[in-house]
Ligand binder design. Structure first.
Ligand code: TRP
Length: 824
């Protein structure tokens, strides 16, 4: 039997209203107009399948997999109503991954994505409802319960899940009945009989209102009272069931309704229905005819008289054919009809939501930005021509984009995974990758982790601020040395310059230029050759410098010793000749050259791509090849430095006018401080800062030597020329004390016997002391800033402690230095 379903007509009208709202709105799909087809399922599976196929093929001839209709692309199906119908149509459209959005179909099986890959809904899964019903029953302590299910998926699955839930808590099912889908009085009476016979007072009914109404009628006839009904959402709010005459049977019914919502403007839209406006719209004509109990003139719409539901929603049995013609002047406002009842919009609101779901999906598709889209290679679909599987999506977890991999989550289905971003240095370049792959050695992963990119190469470049500064400072130092050389050259015949071998002074200047300029080899991209010569040049430069200084200090020492001897002993005393000094330098240099040659031939340094510390960068550095050789090479320098220091330290008390030994001692101390603090700094630095630390040490030590050895002399040459006389420098000036020791400043053989005015001596000693203090301060400032700068550039905890260590070393050295010079 067929009836005109006013409630269903409201749903259909709500869909049209929603579509019109989308079309009028400027924020959703502004340039696109949605159209629609309405297919009446007539609450039967066959009609549903027919409608679905007709929709897909675009013709009334239902040929699957063949669409012969031009025009706008099909977007989605909204519906069908009942779950059984939806299951039928969704199986068909699911073949094409064609989206179907259910608004009332709540059956749990529709959640199965394997069977219904493209089905989505705006109503919750019935499992929740069944569980809630079970909780309700348990809450009231009811343990004897009857169940009635409609003979469809909705009823059967709903009751099945309800039973599963209650039986767990020891609740017993008194009877389980089914309402037939096709009207059969006997079957309904059998159900009524079962209810009557059972002592269970609680009856759970999972059925649509349409299927349930014949049963309710029989119950009313049989006058069954005293039962409490637990209603499913499909009938709990239905006007078809909630009739005043059923109140004595159904009063006290409890059930869960679908959440209600308001649809602005729906009431007016519902009222705005008239057969005149819809010439070919059969549904509207049928609605009109049924609502006003008349026949629309000249309409082909069959007018059903059987079981027609009258305007109040009441079923009035068999009607005679209404011979009254509709005038078209009938007033909808006058009738009280389920269709016009907008007070409780529940399923209707779901319809509205379903339309908006599709509209929003289309809008997303329309506003998709190429490169960020959900489709392969992050592409987008074109709104005017897209595949059915492309507007709404339904996934448990969004696809893992390239750059991440799928991770299994325990205890959940495989579709629900987590996307784990690839680790540094690993990539995944496809969607839903199972694994990330490591990049080749010279490559690292980009920030998105979807591509391997060449690693950034790190080294101290000339054009970066640090590199430029260091190089500039070293050039500046070299210039100062050159200026010293020029001054020495101009004043070559003055006492200060002549004192203690001009040749050696010149060699020291040369070596200082060499060491200062080695900074150039440390800055810039390390090459095979620069790696090989940088340490060697430095070592040679220092050994030249130190061996010359040693030559000087030994000469000073010998003169000092000599000055203490009496005349007889003096005869045997070996005094250091200029020749001897140069021989010493030569031998030292030969030794150092041998070590260097062995180093370079056996295990030379090479360029090394260091990738250990950072994943994104290759640190280009020099691998020193053999640490043993390197240590031997610099060890020799240290050896020379220690000798220099010892000899200078012993000779420092020499009371000459220009106490060179004291300055050398001091210069050596600066040298030691710098290189001692260099070791921890160097060992705890990484990357290009290693080179920076070394250059810093080179510069600091070279400047230290330069400052201590030459600047005081230059000061005298340029600013105090009156003191630059042989008498004063060599101590030939008269003194009131004959026993005063002879000076050592002049070690040249010409000057041996001299006396010095104590007055002058005192003045110089003060001055020396000032000098020492000044250097002291310079050393503290430079070493301190060295440590501080170091801790700033590498603000990591262990670097800070390292900087502290350096400071400790420096402080220790300086205390010692203080001690040494305190006996001024
Ligand atoms: N939930 C029902 C199902 O899945 C359909 C439904 C909901 C329904 N509300 C309704 C059917 C009202 C008819 C009337 O089958």
């Amino acid at each position: 039997h067929k009836k005109f379903n006013f409630r269903g007509f409201r749903w259909a009208r709500a869909m049209i209203h929603a579509i019109q709202e989308v079309n009028n709105r400027l924020d959703i799909l502004p340039n696109i107009t949605l159209g629609y087809h309405i297919y009446d399922t007539c609450f039967t599976t066959s009609k549903t399948v027919e409608g679905t196929l007709a929709y897909l093929t675009g013709q009334n001839e239902t040929m699957p997999n063949f669409r012969c209709s031009a025009g706008a692309p099909l977007v989605a199906v909204i519906g069908a109503g009942g779950s059984t119908l939806t299951i039928a149509s969704s199986r068909i459209v699911g073949l094409y991954y064609f989206p179907e959005v259910g608004y009332a179909s709540s059956c749990s099986v529709l959640s199965d994505k394997y069977q219904f890959p493209s089905f989505l809904r705006t109503i919750p899964n019935d499992n929740h409802q069944s569980l809630a019903m079970a909780e309700l029953v348990r809450h009231f302590g009811w343990v004897w319960i009857g169940t009635i299910a409609a003979d469809d998926d909705y009823g059967k699955y709903g009751i099945k899940y309800f039973k599963q839930n209650v039986e767990k808590s020891g609740i017993c099912i008194a009877f389980s009945e089914t309402i037939p889908k096709i009207f059969s009085r006997e079957k309904i009476l059998a159900v009524v009989e079962a209810i009557k016979e059972s002592t269970a007072n609680i009856i759970v009914v999972y059925s649509s209102d349409i299927d349930l109404s014949p049963l309710m009628e029989e119950i009313a006839n049989s006058n069954i009272t005293g039962k409490t009904w637990i209603a499913s959402e499909a009938w709990v709010t239905s006007a078809l069931i909630a009739k005043p005459e059923y109140f004595s049977f159904l009063g006290g019914t409890i059930g869960f309704g679908v959440r209600r919502g308001d649809i602005p403007g729906l009431k007016d839209f519902l009222l705005d229905v008239h057969p005149d406006n819809a010439a070919s719209d059969d549904l509207t004509i049928e609605f009109w005819q049924t609502a006003f109990n008349c026949t629309w003139p000249n309409s082909t719409v069959p007018y059903n008289t059987d079981f027609r539901i009258n305007v109040t929603g009441r079923e009035s049995g068999v009607h005679p054919v209404s011979d009254q013609l509709c005038t078209g002047k009938e007033k909808l406002e006058d009738i009280k009809n389920t269709y016009l009842d907008v007070s409780e919009l529940r399923i209707t609101y779901n319809v509205y939501k379903a339309v908006f779901t599709v509209a929003h999906a289309l809008n997303n598709l329309d506003t998709c930005v190429e490169g960020n889209g959900p489709f392969p290679k992050n592409s987008c679909a074109i709104i005017y021509d897209f595949e059915p599987w492309q507007p709404p999506r339904s996934v448990c977890t969004e696809n893992c984009q390239p750059g991440a991999r799928k991770g299994i989550r325990h205890g959940v289905p495989a579709c629900c995974f987590v996307c784990i971003p690839c680790a540094d240095g690993e990539i995944s370049n496809k969607t839903d990758a199972r694994e990330c792959f490591p990049c080749p050695d010279d490559y690292c992963s980009n920030t998105l982790k979807n591509e391997c990119v060449l690693k950034e190469v790190e080294f101290l470049a000339y054009d970066e601020a640090l590199g430029t500064t260091l190089v500039a400072v070293s050039l500046f130092g070299a210039c100062i040395v050159l200026s010293v050389t020029i001054v020495y050259r101009i004043h070559r015949d003055t006492a200060v310059v002549k004192a203690n071998d001009r040749g050696l002074s010149f060699l020291i200047q040369l070596s200082l230029v060499i060491t200062l300029l080695t900074s150039f080899l440390f800055v810039g991209k390390p090459k095979e050759w620069s790696c090989q010569i940088r340490q060697v040049t430095l070592a040679l430069g220092f050994s030249l410098c130190l061996s010359c200084i040693l030559g000087k200090t030994i000469a000073l020492l010998l003169t000092y010793r000599g000055s203490k001897l009496n005349a007889a002993e003096k005869h045997d005393h070996i005094s250091m000749q200029s020749f001897h000094q140069k021989l010493l330098v030569l031998i030292s240099m030969i030794i150092e050259v041998c070590i260097c040659t062995a180093y370079l031939t056996c295990i030379p340094p090479y360029v090394y791509k260091n990738m250990e510390f950072q994943n994104v960068k290759i640190i280009l550095e020099c691998n020193e090849g053999s640490i043993e050789f390197l240590c031997t090479m610099f060890g020799f320098d240290v050896f020379l430095a220690v000798l220099c220091f010892i000899t200078a330290f012993i000779a420092r008390k020499l009371p000459d006018n220009f106490n060179e030994a004291k300055f050398i001692t001091f210069g050596m101390l600066v040298f030691f401080i710098v290189w001692i603090s260099f070791v921890p700094a160097y060992l705890s630095t990484r990357g290009k800062f290693k080179v920076v630390v070394e250059i810093f040490a080179i510069l600091a030590s070279s400047f230290g030597l330069l400052g201590c050895i030459f600047l005081p002399k230059r000061y005298i040459i340029l600013l105090k020329p009156e003191r630059n006389t042989e008498e004063i420098i060599s101590g030939k000036a008269t003194t009131n004390d004959n026993s005063a020791p002879s000076t050592s400043a002049s070690c040249t053989s010409e000057v041996t016997n001299s006396t010095l005015s104590s007055m002058v001596l005192d003045e110089y000693t003060d001055r020396q002391f000032q000098w020492i203090l000044m250097y002291h301060q310079i050393a503290i400032i430079s070493s301190g800033s060295y440590g501080f700068w170091f801790s700033m550039t590498q603000p990591k905890s262990h670097h800070i402690t390292c900087a502290e260590k350096i400071m400790q070393v420096i402080t220790g050295e300086l205390l010692w230095l203080d001690f040494c010079f305190s006996d001024k």
